[in-house]
Design a protein around this ligand. Structure first.
Ligand SMILES: Cc1ncc(COP(=O)(O)O)c(C=O)c1O
Length: 401
């Protein structure tokens, strides 16, 4: 195959090595790398086993080191980030974030973590890294990180846009400071996926995704990935192996199947989300829409500069009422599921709070926040559903605001 350059072409062909899709000597093959189940690998003779021991990553060795099913997904994810050396898979997005940080950090080190990070990333810092003697400072998403550096700062965690509140970070500026001080950067890129923002191309050392969300895309698997640079690849592989991380081949197969349609799904979900965000922006019950692709959003200039689009997850702030009132909006929607997670083909809605999960930025959003993950439904149906929901919501308070 000649080298494809378009993203959707790469999504179609990446990870489909002939060695995975056809038997030795065959002149025809299947389309999808199949599911190889394995714990034990059996060798032809002792010489083959001894040879494999010298290069355990060069081929089949032991189930924990993967089979062609996991390798196909890893290779496909690496192919999406030009400049990357390789990708490791983890049993969840949280495990991937933990593995990236543990690859860099040692006892006595200090990490800078964005205040708007996914809450379990904060919990990992507070409840896992701290007892190991690794301290964390949370920094505001739009701050100049120089002011927060300490002599032992070894890693900076970036997540852009921020969880629940969607602030966009200046990744090139953070990377420049990190490189000048020999600090590693780890980015949770789950919202954008490498299709809308490539951390590696922007100089980030570890590009992390919860594949559970958009790559899986069908709300039926848990997985995470870390893609890294030639400089960190060896260390990431070793640390991940020592920690015993691996994923089952059935889930790897599903994630690779999801990846094939990621481009189309993101395009559609992103476009529908923006249509709905614009509609909500003018709604009398809505105080603010937290969507960085809207021109009035504080993160819009950075998003337009660095990202090639927006995905389907955003939030809005209600003008009045509290969490208890949101049942009137949420409980009787026809097309939105009520649930955690996001990035699947079906739309989801969730009331969210910032209290207790921010320490360096304000938690006062000015009202109750409601998060939407927009799926593949027709946007007109979703808007009509939300319109009915907001009417029920407003009816609780009597006259119009
Ligand atoms: C931004 C972000 N990163 C990481 C994760 C963690 O993914 P997982 O649930 O696969 O551990 C989530 C899950 O909601 C998330 O929203």
């Amino acid at each position: 195959m000649t080298s494809p350059t378009g993203t959707n072409t790469r999504l179609t062909h990446a990870g489909r090595d002939d060695a995975y899709t056809r038997g030795p000597g065959m002149t025809a093959g299947i389309v999808n790398p199949p599911v190889w189940h394995a714990s034990t690998i059996v060798f032809d003779d002792l010489a083959a086993l001894e040879e494999a021991r010298k290069h355990p990553d060069a081929g089949l060795f032991y189930g924990r080191r993967g089979t062609p099913t996991q390798w196909a997904l890893e290779e496909a994810l690496t192919a999406l980030e030009p400049g990357a050396a390789g990708t490791k898979l983890y049993p969840s997005g949280v495990a991937a974030i933990a593995a990236a940080l543990l690859t860099v950090l040692r006892s006595g080190d200090h990490v800078l973590m964005v205040d708007t990070a996914y809450e379990p990333s904060r919990a990992f810092a507070d409840r896992f890294l701290k007892p190991l003697g690794i301290t964390t400072t949370f920094y505001p998403p739009t701050a100049d990180v120089t002011a927060y550096l300490q002599p032992m700062t070894r890693a900076i965690l970036i997540e852009s846009p921020g969880s629940l509140s969607f602030e966009v970070q200046d990744v090139p500026a953070i990377v420049a400071v990190a490189k000048a001080h020999n600090i590693a950067t780890v980015m949770d890129n789950t919202w954008a996926t490498p299709l809308l923002f490539s951390p590696i191309a922007h100089g980030v050392d570890f590009s992390v995704q919860a594949l559970t969300k958009y790559t899986g895309g069908h709300s039926d698997l848990m997985m995470g990935s870390v893609t890294t640079t030639p400089g960190w690849w060896g260390k990431l592989k070793t640390k991940s192996y020592l920690l015993g991380y691996c994923v089952g081949p059935d889930d790897a197969y599903l994630a690779l199947r999801g990846l094939r349609t990621l481009g189309l799904r993101l395009e559609r979900q992103g476009a529908s989300a923006l249509t709905i965000a614009r509609w909500l922006d003018g709604h009398p019950a809505v105080a603010r829409v937290l969507h960085p692709a809207l021109p009035g959003d504080p993160g819009n200039a950075l998003l337009m500069r660095d990202f090639s689009g927006a995905s389907g997850l955003f939030a809005f702030v209600l003008k009045r009422g509290a969490r208890a009132h949101t049942a009137a909006l949420i409980d009787h929607l026809d097309h939105f599921g009520i649930g955690f997670s996001w990035g699947g083909y079906e739309s989801l809605i969730l009331p969210v709070e910032l209290d207790g999960i921010r320490t360096a930025t304000t938690t006062d959003s000015g009202g109750q926040i409601v998060r939407l993950s927009i799926g593949l439904e027709d946007p007109d149906d979703l808007i009509a559903d939300l319109a009915r929901g907001l009417e029920r919501y407003e009816a609780q308070f009597g006259e119009a605001p």
